[in-house]
Design a protein around this ligand. Structure first.
Ligand code: SAM
Length: 242
């Protein structure tokens, strides 16, 4: 077992009192190796050090555990998942989770499909498409307990990508960086329009080894999203809800 996988297991135990089995540790190792291999062929991540991958991708993805009761979450969609963050680390730790990974870049979805097979993950759908279109499909619309995204768009744009996937009573969780105040102010109306609860929660968290500050924006879904949302592909980005 690599030093990094051991480090992650210990960090997860300390932060969330969860103990990773040797199988789960191996899955993280396989994932890290596979990511670095593919990264030589296609651009998946700017991070090329294995050590940093464990902190800034794996641990960072798992901070979602602070936002929602993951043990009770049955299904989760990760919008603009790229190389699988935060979805795949969450699936490794919570193997019963039904996971939908959405990305608009075909090559990344190929990487995800290979990763799912390599790690032997069951109950994962990899979907090539734009969130604005996938969220209109009946099998996904308002069908998921949680919709999440990291590093995809500003909060008001992201809300239009994510909230249509979430069932009433579920959550939209945005994994954000250190600076979020302006984004939050600009997103309040959009969240309301899309069925999100007005007083959402912002949870600050710091990565281990002083690797940086993060914020989780947690929005409960109170009402159904009006059928007019999400708007046509490209419109949320071009004309963000105000
Ligand atoms: N979430 C990953 C992470 O944190 O490492 C990837 C972040 S990457 C900067 C943004 C990803 O979002 C890209 O893979 C891109 O293809 C995808 N993306 C951007 N807009 C999208 C949309 N409207 N629908 C689906 N995927 C989208």
């Amino acid at each position: 077992m690599s030093e990094q996988a051991e480090w992650l297991a210990q960090a997860v135990e300390e932060a969330w009192s969860l103990s990773l089995t040797s199988h789960q540790r191996e899955q993280f190792e396989q994932y890290g190796r596979h990511l670095l291999e593919w990264n030589q062929r296609i651009n998946l991540t700017a991070i090329t050090s294995s050590e940093v991958i464990y902190i800034k991708h794996f641990y960072d993805s798992l901070t979602m555990i602070d936002a929602v009761p993951m043990q009770r979450v049955r299904s989760l969609v990760d919008v603009g998942t790229g190389a699988g963050f935060p979805g795949i680390p969450l699936k490794i730790v919570f193997p019963d989770l039904q996971l939908v990974l959405v990305d608009s870049l075909r090559k990344r979805v190929q990487f995800l499909q290979e990763t799912v097979e390599l790690l032997g993950l069951k109950g994962v759908q990899t979907v090539h498409g734009r969130a604005e279109e996938v969220a209109r499909e009946r099998r996904y619309r308002e069908q998921l307990d949680v919709a999440t995204a990291r590093a995809v768009a500003k909060l008001n744009v992201l809300a239009e990508y994510c909230l249509p996937f979430v069932c009433t009573g579920g959550w939209f969780v945005a994994l954000k960086g250190a600076e979020i105040e302006t984004e939050i102010q600009g997103a309040k109306r959009a969240l309301r329009t899309l069925g999100g609860k007005e007083d959402f929660t912002v949870i600050p968290c710091s990565l281990p080894q002083e690797a940086g500050m993060r914020h989780l924006v947690v929005v409960s879904k109170e009402r159904s999203t009006p059928r007019t949302y999400p708007r046509k592909a490209g419109t949320p980005q071009r004309k963000p809800l105000e």
